[in-house]
Unconditional design. Structure first.
Length: 197
DNA sequence: AGCCAGGCTACCG
DNA sequence: CGGTAGCATGGC
């Protein structure tokens, strides 16, 4: 399958998606066509936390949790490590597991002292699997790594395992993080719409 | 009123 | 290895 053609078709159909959203004034701010995000460390951290919160959950619910963390000044590695955040992240579901995941990620985040994370390190953390690791690398660190999700498999009828699919798609696209970011977001948009009918 | 969301781990055979 | 229960809230 020519995934670059599929990408262009979806782009024409849905337009630029502006992922990953950043919380501003208590709502998700998308930035279509602007690939400069994230602009600082706290935005990188926010994207990473959002990637964990949205596991098997709608963005709407993850967003609620993110906003509550931010409102209560708890959207920082230290606060997440030291405070009880279960009640704040409750809307995102699985709050017991997700609190643990956020604490583990936050410790790792501090320990690496500003150095960029590696894929192997992220995958080694409890609570971070392929999709979450790759979302962090692609959207917070602009690494040209394609994020495979359930929609990707369904829309293109792909049955292989994660890594096989990822490499197959990557080898059919220009190695440009902006295209990877857009394509994954477009697939989610297409997947959400095509399910409702 | 059940099914599913921008998954992952643990455990089973 | 492949398959699946459990985790939990909120929207439709």
């Amino acid at each position: 399958m020519d995934f670059y053609e599929e990408y262009k078709k979806l782009l024409k159909k849905h337009g630029k998606q502006g992922w990953w959203p950043i919380i501003k004034n208590n709502k998700s701010q998308y930035h279509p066509g602007n690939y400069e995000y994230p602009r600082n460390e706290s935005e990188k951290f926010e994207i990473s936390i959002g990637a964990i919160l949205t596991q098997n959950t709608t963005w709407k619910n993850a967003e609620k949790a993110l906003i509550r963390l931010k409102k209560n000044k708890k959207l920082s590695p230290k606060a997440i490590i030291n405070e009880d955040i279960k009640e704040l992240i409750r809307p995102a579901g699985y709050y017991n597991q997700k609190e643990k995941k956020l604490k583990i990620f936050s410790k790792y985040y501090l320990e690496k002292k500003g150095r960029e994370p590696t894929r192997e390190e992220l995958l080694g953390l409890w609570g971070i699997g392929y999709e979450t690791a790759d979302s962090i690398l692609l959207y917070a660190y602009k690494k040209p790594i394609f994020v495979v999700d359930a929609y990707t498999k369904r829309i293109f009828s792909l049955k292989e395992d994660y890594e096989t699919i990822r490499k197959k798609i990557e080898s059919n696209l220009p190695s440009d993080y902006r295209i990877y970011q857009e394509f994954h977001a477009l697939i989610v948009e297409e997947g959400k719409k095509s399910r409702k009918k």
